[in-house]
Ligand binder design. Structure first.
Ligand SMILES: [Zn+2]
Ligand SMILES: [Zn+2]
Length: 205
């Protein structure tokens, strides 16, 4: 029984939250669907999502699974991978899955070529039309495929992250701004915030 089982009203609401319908959001909707099946919805901080991409689909995970940046149960790792981890704290159940490259198929190749052309010299009306048509087809395909056709389960790589806590702040000794203690760095005996320590490393390095 391929295809999404999510209510169409819910998908419409997710689209409004994101701002537009696109293949990336479709991937996120299906990833959220798989997460809901595997670990359920995050009513509080019980479910933690770790996303390895900042693409459109993350909005679907926030909206549908309830893992959000503000609650501290959405963790972003800038790895540039279409991979999603979901952890349920209460029993430690965790899944990580990767989007199969095959799901993008020929559409992915067409979009890749058009994207290069778009950035280099822009698209003709005809190419613009092909771009939109291909994106719509790809999104449709993602919605109509079965979850195992879209995602491949992979071993979980990370331990359960600690709950968001209110931590002490230290004052950065360069800019003076209060900074969460765990985000400060020590450089030549001085306590610095991340941007100041990076600026310092550039000067000395
Ligand atoms: Zn989008
Ligand atoms: Zn600073």
């Amino acid at each position: 029984m391929p295809g999404t089982k999510l209510d169409s009203k819910l998908i419409e609401a997710t689209t409004r939250f994101h701002g537009h319908w696109c293949p990336g959001l479709a991937i996120g909707v299906r990833a959220a669907e798989l997460a809901l099946e595997e670990v359920g919805k995050a009513d509080d901080e019980d479910i933690v999502a770790i996303v390895e991409t900042d693409m459109c689909g993350v909005d679907a995970i926030q909206y549908l699974v309830g893992c959000t940046l503000g609650k501290g149960n959405l963790i972003y790792r800038d790895y540039g991978k279409n991979a999603f981890t979901f952890i349920r704290r209460r029993d430690g159940k965790a899944v990580r899955f990767l989007t199969r490259p095959e799901i993008f198929g020929e559409a992915g190749e067409i979009l890749g070529k058009l994207h290069k052309k778009l950035q280099a010299e822009g698209l003709s009306d005809e190419e613009q039309h092909l771009w939109q048509q291909t994106r719509a087809q790809l999104a449709k395909r993602v919605m109509e495929s079965s979850l195992p056709e879209i995602f491949e389960f992979k071993p979980v790589r990370e331990p359960v992250p600690p709950k968001a806590r209110i931590l002490a702040s230290l004052f950065c000794e360069a800019c003076g701004e209060p900074t969460m203690e765990t985000r400060t760095r020590r450089l030549d005996g001085r306590v610095l915030c991340i941007p100041c320590s990076e600026a310092q490393e550039k000067i000395s390095g």
